[in-house]
Design a protein. Structure first.
Length: 383
């Protein structure tokens, strides 16, 4: 945004319009203890050139992730995003449009959401996917709440391999909802031990693969144990590229899948906005949070798109809503959809294989250093 200074006359005119005598009147509700006395020690009345120069000097102290190797991982990944992705999402009809309250007017938006859902369902091996969530962690928390609604139970078993930020988000929402969260001990192979001691009070078992340590696990046995106890299995994934190489959650018996889609089509952007992926079995669709775009035909038989389900509190009675999701970074979902379309199935498999090959190369090099031990024999990215 450009630097637009205001004159004293401008401020007086604006205050008069809203019925305030001075700027301090805007903050009368802020407690005195929270206010700062005096003037902040900053230079006053700087022109645009001076401000731009000062901000550039501050920004120069940063080191961008793109300036060198980036090994943060743990849910934040820097993959190459083709220039065509940014070019398309910057088209005015996508960049400036807001989800309308008469959604059928925006056929282009509904179509790309439908395509997004189709891609997510195929990646996860599930029957149905929604039109995206805020990010992977909130998708995980929503998945737990959905499992509690479906099973009418309130106990959640959390694998020790779940990303700590995801686990904290789940605990926060579960606390408010009155659900009990039981966390298993941290372990590189935590997913193999999470199903021990399940009983009829458990709503769901939450596992992550690849987990926060990078371990890729076949959780089919966990699904069997959960289902035997009448519980659901939720599978989390923080790196969507792994879907191109590993067995899908649906193939392993998952009932609900929550994942982070940032690594496809989206940059790091200092931690957000990201794009949450959410998929489930069709029999649970009425309990899914968020929106669901569907395909139909109009009165003249022409193909069209609608919001098939939108069980959020702004569309139906609050006590019947499955979520309160609102503006959920739909542009990030579009970037994901475009990048996935450009990659195709073969391209995604090649990208995933390249990631794994490079990670194995790094693991071999590090493992050859005295005193360094690679603890994860089966991994994707992290090790």
């Amino acid at each position: 945004m450009r630097y637009l200074p205001l004159t004293d006359a401008d401020r007086s005119e604006m205050l008069a319009v809203i019925g305030a005598a001075r700027i301090d009147d805007l903050y009368v509700d802020v407690p005195d203890a929270a206010r700062r006395d005096g003037v902040v020690d900053l230079p006053l009345r700087q022109g645009e050139i001076e401000v731009e120069r000062a901000m550039a000097m501050m920004a120069a102290r940063n080191r961008a992730a793109g300036q060198g190797p980036f090994f943060c991982g743990a849910g934040a990944y820097r993959h190459h995003v083709p220039a065509s992705v940014d070019h398309i999402i910057q088209r005015s009809e996508f960049l400036t449009s807001y989800t309308p309250y008469q959604p059928e007017i925006a056929q282009g938006t509904l179509q790309y959401l439908f395509e997004f859902q189709t891609q997510v369902a195929a990646l996860t091996g599930m029957d149905v996917a929604n039109a995206s969530m805020y990010d992977g962690s909130t998708a995980a928390a929503e998945a737990v709440m959905m499992a509690c609604r479906v099973t009418r139970r309130a106990k959640v078993i959390l694998s020790g391999g779940v990303h700590p930020h995801y686990a904290e988000t789940i605990r926060t929402l579960a606390h408010v909802a009155g659900a009990e969260v039981v966390s298993r001990p941290l372990a590189v192979d935590a997913e193999t031990k999470v199903a021990d001691g399940l009983d009829a009070s458990v709503a769901c078992v939450v596992v992550q693969t690849p987990n926060v340590f990078g371990t890729a696990s076949d959780v089919s046995a966990v699904a069997e144990a959960a289902h035997a106890a009448g519980a659901l299995m939720i599978v989390l994934t923080t790196e969507a590229v792994s879907f191109g190489l590993l067995k899908s959650p649906g193939e392993m018996g998952a009932d609900i899948v929550a994942a982070e889609g940032q690594s496809i089509g989206n940059g790091l952007t200092f931690g957000g906005p990201y794009v949450g992926l959410f998929a489930a079995r069709e029999k649970f669709v009425r309990q899914m949070p968020g929106r669901l775009a569907g395909e139909t035909v109009d009165a003249d038989g022409r193909r069209g798109f609608v919001l098939t389900l939108s069980t959020r509190e702004q569309h139906i009675r609050r006590d019947k809503a499955t979520s309160n999701i609102c503006t959920n970074s739909g542009l990030c979902a579009l970037a994901f959809t475009i990048h996935m379309s450009l990659l195709g199935e073969v391209g995604l498999r090649r990208l995933a294989a390249l990631n794994h090959a490079q990670a194995r190369k790094a693991a071999r090099a590090l493992g050859g250093i005295a005193g360094v031990e690679v603890l994860t024999p089966r991994f994707f990215n992290e090790f």
